[in-house]
Design a protein around this ligand. Structure first.
Ligand code: ATP
Ligand code: MG
Length: 448
């Protein structure tokens, strides 16, 4: 009954008057209710059956329209988080910056958000200033609002499209559909204000433009260069989440190139400074990003630890050399270099502890691959992170940092067994024993 009514109300096309959204029928946009995931459809239908408004919104609608498979589904509703929770047995309220509800549907998790309102433009309303920091960054935005408010506080017009699976219509408040057709990423509202409210939007602009093949509207791209330093005010954990999204989007190479083109890589993320300003490291990093992009697009899992290990490796090499040159023995020097590099990163980019562990394991294996005599190679094979360390070694070989023969040796060693494997072992280096003795006197070490 309610469904029928909603279909009647939204099924027709309404021309958009001033401030009124366009209601676009399926004939024009081509998205059918079967195109969205089962879970998101059932979530919307359940909410609607309970008398609430509900839509699939944001990235999923945008991606479907662009012919991409959505990564996940977000639902927007006028039901409060408590009300949403009561509609679904398998649901829980998650509260960080604002409360959302995670609804489990089979193996899917649908993120359900209550329509949010504005807190107004920065400085436009005396009472709102309390919610922003000195630079205008919004610290709290958990005010509920109308559907229209909710559309206005989204970042880009292509992200403010609301799909109703029941009527198969799209509600479009900001001409997002037209922008998508014209391949333009346009900010809702004044770009400078929106970047000030949330500097992460600059990174989102780059990521979404790269992923969808859109051009950032000049109005939105122009201020980025001068405002890029605002990213320094963003909490490190949020920056890490966004960087991870960017690097695992399947379009990392394009994103990184675009970040450079927008002048966004300087001074804001040490990680990106590192990547883009080391010509020697560039080949290695680009190979790593290309391989990550391929894996993501093939639907294969990728390891964030591996990714960050590659991005920071050149930095480690430089530091390692410097520490060895000051007389430290190679292995302790490597560990000092690793900690040094990760400490610098931690100030701005909160790499999670588990990922830091993975990164260190991968790096620490690298000098062990050089040892190809005696029992040591067998021990390396047994390491829990051997596979990641080996893939990392192959990347180093591909980029020309180490001999390709070393990578091949490990490929063969891994694939053989018994006598064939043993026959591969190299004789111990004649000066090995001498070298070990010399290593005890740090100042005497000149090379390894
Ligand atoms: P993807 O899922 O591909 O990362 P997305 O656009 O869906 O892209 P989410 O982080 O899932 O990104 O956000 C869902 C929606 O919430 C967005 O489409 C947008 O409408 C809104 N949104 C997300 N982040 C912001 C932001 N920083 N400012 C304003 N709106 C945002
Ligand atoms: Mg999303």
């Amino acid at each position: 009954m309610i469904r029928k009514m909603i279909t009647r109300v939204f099924g027709r096309k309404t021309p958009a008057g001033p401030g009124e959204p366009a209601v676009i029928g399926v004939g024009k946009h081509g998205i059918h209710r079967d195109d969205i995931s089962n879970g998101s459809r059932r979530t919307v239908e359940t909410l609607q059956q309970q008398g609430y408004k509900a839509y699939v919104v944001g990235g999923a609608v945008r991606d479907l329209l662009a012919g991409l498979t959505p990564k996940d589904y977000d639902v927007a509703t006028n039901a409060t988080p408590e009300q949403v929770r009561h509609c679904f047995r398998r649901s829980r309220i998650i509260g960080r910056r604002f409360q959302i509800v995670h609804v489990s549907m089979g193996s899917e998790i649908i993120e359900v958000t209550t329509f949010r309102g504005h807190h107004g433009e920065v400085g436009s309303h005396a009472g709102n200033k309390a919610h922003t920091d000195d630079q205008g960054r919004v610290l709290r935005d958990n005010v509920f609002g109308s559907e229209k408010d909710d559309a206005a506080r989204r970042d880009f017009t292509v992200n403010a499209l609301y799909f109703d699976p029941t009527s198969e219509t799209i509600i479009d408040y900001h001409h997002g559909l037209a922008d998508l057709k014209q391949k333009t990423l346009r900010m809702i509202g004044d770009p400078k204000t929106r970047y000030r409210e949330d500097p992460v939007r600059m990174l989102r602009a780059v990521r979404l433009a790269a992923k969808l093949g859109l051009t950032i509207d000049p109005e939105a791209s122009r201020p980025i260069r001068e405002m890029s330093e605002l990213i320094e005010n963003v909490p490190p954990s949020r920056l890490f989440d966004e960087m991870l999204k960017l690097l695992t989007s399947g379009y990392a190479v394009k994103c990184v190139q675009q970040l450079r083109a927008e002048g966004l890589h300087h001074g804001l993320l040490p990680l990106l400074d590192v990547i883009l300003d080391q010509p020697l490291g560039e080949r290695f990093v680009m190979l790593a990003l290309e391989s990550t992009d391929r894996r993501v697009r093939d639907g294969k899992p990728i390891s964030p630890g591996f990714l960050f290990a590659t991005l920071l490796w050149n930095e480690v090499l430089t530091k390692w050399d410097a520490i060895k040159a000051s007389g430290e023995r190679p292995i302790p020097a490597l560990f000092l270099a690793m900690d040094g590099v990760l400490d610098v990163q931690a100030e701005k980019l909160a790499i999670t502890r588990r990922i830091v562990g993975d990164i260190k394991d991968i790096w620490a294996l690298q000098p062990r691959f050089e040892q190809r005599s005696g029992k040591r190679p067998y021990g390396v094979l047994e390491q829990p992170r051997f596979r990641a360390g080996y893939d990392f070694l192959l990347l180093r070989a591909d980029s020309g940092e180490v001999e390709s023969e070393l990578g091949q040796w490990w490929t063969d060693f891994m694939n053989r067994d018994g006598d064939a494997r043993a026959a591969m072992l190299l004789p111990p280096k004649p000066d090995e024993a001498k070298k070990r003795r010399r290593r005890r006197k740090p100042v005497a070490v000149t090379e390894e």
